[in-house]
Design a protein around this ligand. Structure first.
Ligand code: F6R
Length: 606
């Protein structure tokens, strides 16, 4: 969460900082700010709201300076406001910060006793005053070492100094920080994406490290101040110019891109000539793996949940799933014969990263299923399985969910083949079936007109429910999450069989309920559960798949049918109408679809 950019150059930097902040808006967008150093003075421009507002404000100030830092914020301490926007400055320094300083209240009290006056409610402001205080008696380098030692919690920092017109400092613990090398200028940034328009040469700071960045030199240090060398990575130059094309919203575009997400991913992982899964870099003997633990947050967690069903169905593995923020604090008994799989679109989610880190410390097998291959999670796992779906900009995850499910499905197929837990014929059949998935997804996309009308009801509802059994249960959770985060409608995802154990009490006349009932082994039972909610007045949208037998039920409000594929592939298809339902419900209410309130694309705080 939050985005940092810093540039030190021979030329003015403010417009490039603003451009980079636009790229970083996916990390937070409730306020933004910039500080540059001009003739020994730090000049700040900050605003509540988006980078567009900041850009407008900057144009009034004619902000000069060839050293500067910028920030987009996702509020943790203190509400979104101009005063709480970063950078935070003292009389000596200006600081941008991602993460959370857990001992900020104690530090603030100590600093106030010394006479420092705080303007904001943020945890970050303590860093500015703490640096200022240490600078009185210490060199710059020793100040940084001492300040970092004092701070508890997680951070990525960018700092500029009033009395130093030739350098800026970057530091990292927990939150990611990239350092970029340019011609007569250098950079720091929350991720390589923010720096890509300026350089493709990047190093990443590791936890505890800091750097002193000058125009023509970057020095790296460990937590005690010893010099360290960093690997310089050459990122691919072809920055994809990702725009909305004919679409008004990224999310809409990304939903529609899913047939290509599916085919791109299949092209990467399926050998179509030999009809087999191609995960060539799998570093372990499958026989050495007896269990799997899948870990993620939010939508990524839902893809883990569905993978449990696939893996239990076709492999011999014991499969467990956990939410990263729970896993990292449980007393887990790590097992050498367990494969720990981390699923994350951004590859930067703080909890997922911390869970991976815990596994690394316990020396167990780790695998990352990520979209951003340069991310912290990808860089630290033993095996990386990219989902190959291209950049996802819409804050609500759609095509990445599709890619995550697909990679996990393919991994499950590989393991079941290696373990011989399915026959060769079953394996070939499943691989072959995958090849028609993209086409069926394309057909499923053509539900707009119908969904548009259905969405009017969901958009106005006080609450709604999403029900499913088996493979459809995680999809029900995902459908409910999408509606909540985009249309701000209360939505509960529930296993259909659980309704009579309490939640039926919520059903009122006219309440919209989605029932996911594909023709699988649960079909008849789910239809019975559907009757129970209809009997209590629910307006049911049934999502099922085409079949020669009509659904035998009266009083279904609306019905959507997807293609008839093997039941383990149906989750991919029934996901699509739910994404569109959330999209059109938010559209109906006039909400900001690509940047829903209180969310961020990359959750780098716990
Ligand atoms: C929901 C959504 C979030 C993310 C979650 C994990 O649409 O986008 O729930 O899925 O924050 O993010 P990643 O996948 O980047 O680890």
């Amino acid at each position: 969460m939050c985005g940092i950019i810093g540039i030190i150059s021979t030329q003015e930097v403010s417009s490039r900082i603003v451009n980079s902040l636009k790229k970083l808006e996916y990390r937070g967008y409730d306020s933004a700010g910039i500080a540059t150093l001009v003739d020994g003075n730090i000049n700040e421009v900050k605003c509540e709201g988006r980078v567009d507002v900041l850009e407008r404000d900057i144009s009034k100030f004619n902000l000069k300076g060839d050293i500067g830092i910028g920030h987009v914020r996702w509020a943790t301490h203190g509400k979104p406001s101009k005063i709480n926007a970063h950078p935070h400055s003292s009389e000596q320094v200006s600081v941008v910060h991602n993460g959370i300083i857990e001992n900020s209240t104690i530090l603030k009290k100590l600093l106030e006793k010394k006479g420092y006056v705080f303007k904001s409610q943020t945890d970050t402001e303590v860093i500015a005053h703490l640096v200022t205080d240490y600078l009185k008696k210490n060199s710059l380098k020793n100040t940084i070492i001492k300040v970092l030692k004092k701070l508890h919690g997680s951070f990525a920092l960018g700092i500029i100094f009033k009395d130093q017109n030739d350098l800026m400092v970057g530091a990292k613990r927990g939150s990611p920080l990239a350092v970029g090398y340019g011609p007569n200028e250098n950079y720091i940034g929350s991720d390589s994406y923010a720096l890509k328009s300026m350089t493709n040469k990047i190093s990443y700071l590791e936890d505890g490290e800091f750097c002193i960045v000058k125009k023509d030199q970057i020095e790296f240090f460990d937590n005690v101040g010893s010099h360290i060398n960093k690997k310089v990575l050459n990122l691919s130059k072809n920055e994809i110019d990702y725009d909305k094309g004919d679409y008004k919203y990224f999310m809409e575009k990304e939903i529609d891109e899913q047939p290509s997400t599916i085919s791109d991913c299949i092209n990467e992982y399926i050998d179509k000539y030999n009809n087999q899964v191609n995960i060539l870099n799998f570093p372990w003997k499958t026989s050495s793996i007896k269990s799997v633990m899948l870990i993620g947050c939010g939508t990524a967690f839902h893809s883990c949940l569905i993978a449990k069903y696939w893996m239990e169905q076709s492999t011999n593995l014991d499969v467990s799933v956990d939410i990263a923020s729970e896993f990292r604090y449980r007393k887990v008994r790590f097992k050498k014969d367990c494969l720990y799989i981390f699923v994350s679109q951004s590859g930067e989610t703080a909890d997922t990263y911390a869970a991976l880190d815990l596994c690394k410390k316990n020396k167990v097998k780790t695998c990352a299923v990520v979209n951003v291959v340069e991310s912290s999670i990808a860089r630290n796992a033993d095996l990386v399985l990219p989902i190959h779906c291209g950049q996802e900009i819409g804050v609500a995850s759609t095509k990445a969910f599709m890619g995550q499910m697909l990679v996990l499905y393919i991994l499950s197929l590989k393991i079941s083949f290696d373990q011989k837990s399915i026959t060769r014929e079953e394996y070939k059949h499943k691989v072959e079936n995958l090849l028609s998935l993209s086409n069926s997804a394309k057909k499923t996309l053509k539900v707009d007109q119908k969904i548009l009308n259905i969405a009017k009801v969901f958009a106005e509802a006080k609450g709604s429910m999403f029900l499913g059994r088996g493979y459809s249960f995680p999809i029900a959770l995902e459908g409910a999450l999408k509606l909540k985060e985009l249309a701000y409608v209360h939505a509960e995802g529930y296993p259909a069989g659980e309704m009579k154990h309490g939640p039926l009490a919520l059903i009122e006349e006219g309440m919209p309920v989605v029932v996911l009932a594909p023709r699988d082994e649960h079909y008849k039972k789910t239809i019975s559960n559907m009757q129970e909610v209809i009997a209590r007045g629910a307006k049911v949208l049934l999502i099922t798949n085409k079949n020669k037998d009509e659904v035998i039920s009266e009083n279904i409000w609306e019905k959507i049918e997807v293609d008839q594929l093997d039941e383990d592939l149906i989750p991919f298809l029934i996901t699509i109408p739910l994404q569109k339902l959330a999209f059109y419900s938010a559209l109906k209410k006039g909400y900001d679809i690509d940047k829903p309130r209180n969310l961020a694309k990359s959750v780098t705080v716990e």
